[in-house]
Design a protein around this ligand. Structure first.
Ligand SMILES: Cc1ncc(COP(=O)(O)O)c(C=O)c1O
Length: 435
């Protein structure tokens, strides 16, 4: 009988076992277990996880409430094919979500991943409006399934060799003020980039043919690009004027990340449709398309359905997530810790000219790395070195941006003062080590 392989041996086999298409470029840590803010590798080394499992673990790793809820539901029933059987945990989750979503968003189509929720949102928009077109934004990321990838322009690699993609998709400028697409300054520009929508309407697609405008309220993969406060209000007005649906992709910004439960509340704009995922299930696969009852009524029976969507165990975990966010006051903590992190990052920017821009909202803080010659040339080498230096000191961060030159800092919302101080100290030492 062959002996079972050790984890170390399996890690050596990993490149043979997993598809090379996967984004496994960095850092490929073999992790044994995770708890709260920390990951522990197979040598027992501890890492502060300031990526929150890529915005999935907003309540921290293996939160005891989430573990207990999932264990209890697992013993009761693991799978329910919606439409054949109904389970309590999912209906309870829907009721609980209504309480924390912007008013009017009260009907759900549950699915498994972010991309799947985006697919659902697009199908709902086409079906309900009878219109073919979509407008997305340059730099946006909406997922890797074909339709979601067709809306994605954060990096060319997500689209290359997959053409032809979904037809009827057009792109408008996102207000990425540090690198203004029009070369303007935010103080005086009056959001001229919004004219790119008028341009599309005049030259490419009539507004009456557009089903939806889809937008990340804060662009994630593009490098935590925070738009000016007016931007989403402006989109709301345009959509209302032309009967276009406004879809918010809150997959990365949802569940407290921006300091309110959703970025819709942070910016004070309610979309017609929302796609939510990531932290909803604290690591269990769960996502949802959310819209008003009136809009959902237009999506005819069996026009979109699912086998696995709305898994009972994931839903039980999701209910626990909402309880934890409320009971542990995580929105307030996110705002407080976010301000501290942003202030600390700005202080680093003042001392290290290799940091060209610091921006953020809540616990979504980005450091844009540049060549330190007074200009804005992206510096992916500096970003990579900084990630490695931080990792060697026990701090896990991740990159973003067109050239992977932005450092994303997005810890779980349970992070405390001491952990923010520790992360800033490690960043300081690592920046000094980068030279
Ligand atoms: C804003 C946004 N939309 C969509 C997705 C796709 O989600 P998933 O990877 O679960 O399909 C992501 C994932 O990173 C995301 O950040």
């Amino acid at each position: 009988m062959t002996q079972a392989k050790t984890f170390a041996e399996l890690m050596e086999r990993m490149p043979r076992l997993l598809a090379p298409s996967l984004a496994r470029d960095w850092p490929n840590l073999p992790i044994d277990r995770a708890e709260g803010m920390y990951l522990f590798d197979t040598q027992g080394r501890r890492y502060l996880d300031f990526t929150a499992g890529l915005a999935v673990m907003n309540v921290g790793h293996c939160h005891p409430r989430v573990v207990a809820a999932a264990q209890a539901q697992t013993a009761r029933m693991i799978h329910s094919a919606v439409g054949v059987t109904q389970v309590e945990s999912l209906l309870r989750l829907a009721e609980a979500l209504i309480e924390v979503l912007p008013p009017g968003l009260d009907t759900f189509f549950f699915s498994n991943s972010g991309s799947e929720a985006i697919e659902g949102a697009l199908k709902l928009a086409r079906y309900a409006t009878g219109r073919p077109g979509f407008i997305a934004f340059w730099g946006g990321f909406h997922g890797r399934t074909l339709a979601a990838a067709a809306l994605t322009t954060s990096k060319g690699k997500y689209r290359r060799r997959y053409e032809p993609m979904l037809p009827g998709v057009y792109f408008a400028d996102y207000p990425y003020c540090y690198r203004c697409p029009l070369g303007k300054a935010p103080e005086t520009c009056q959001m001229e980039c919004m004219r790119s929508l008028d341009n599309l309407f005049e030259r490419a697609i009539a507004p009456s043919e557009v089903a939806a405008i889809i937008v990340e309220p804060v662009q994630g993969e593009a490098g935590f690009v925070v738009p000016p406060p007016d931007f989403l209000h402006h989109l709301r007005r345009i959509c209302d004027e032309h009967g276009i649906l406004l879809i918010f992709d809150e997959i990365q910004t949802g569940f407290g990340r921006t300091g309110q439960m959703f970025a819709a509340q942070t910016f004070g704009v309610t979309p017609d449709v929302m796609a939510i995922a990531k932290s909803i299930g604290s690591g269990f696969p769960l996502s949802a398309v959310v819209a008003s009852r009136d809009l959902m009524e237009k999506w005819g029976p069996a026009s979109h359905s699912t086998t696995f969507g709305g898994n009972p165990v994931a839903a039980a975990a999701g209910l626990a997530v909402l309880d934890v966010i409320r009971e542990e006051n995580l929105l307030e903590n996110c705002r407080r810790m976010g301000q501290k992190l942003l202030a600390g990052a700005r202080d680093l920017q003042n001392r290290y000219p290799i940091i060209g821009d610091v921006r953020g909202v809540g616990l979504m803080v980005g450091l844009e790395m540049v060549i330190p010659d007074g200009g804005q040339t992206p510096n992916p080498d500096a970003a990579r070195n900084l990630l490695n230096e931080c990792l060697s000191r026990g701090l896990l961060l991740y990159s973003a941006g067109l050239y992977s030159h932005v450092i994303r800092i997005f810890p779980p919302l349970i992070v405390n003062d001491a952990q923010i101080d520790e992360a800033l100290h490690i960043l300081d030492e690592s920046l000094a080590a980068c030279g």
